[in-house]
Design a protein around this ligand. Structure first.
Ligand code: ZN
Length: 73
């Protein structure tokens, strides 16, 4: 995760908006069950990105970025 003073950008292709959400996901074919990959999403792309992950059954959690950072520390 980036340091708190760096603006984190949405992971959606071509999007330069500041991320507000963290999507935690896991691909059971390549990751151990406790492993979490993260995508960042702005308000606009949260639905799109979480849909992409959930149809593949990869999506584990969607949390606000500030909440995620609080968990990590
Ligand atoms: Zn976006």
């Amino acid at each position: 995760m980036n340091s708190p003073d760096t603006t984190v950008i949405c992971s959606a292709k071509g999007c330069r908006a500041a991320a507000v959400w963290v999507l935690a996901w896991n691909n059971p074919k390549i990751h151990t069950p406790d492993r979490r990959k993260t995508w960042l999403a702005c308000e606009e792309h949260r639905e799109h990105l979480s849909q992409f992950l959930s149809v593949r059954s990869f999506l584990k959690d969607v949390v606000k970025l500030e909440e995620w950072e609080a968990r990590e520390s």
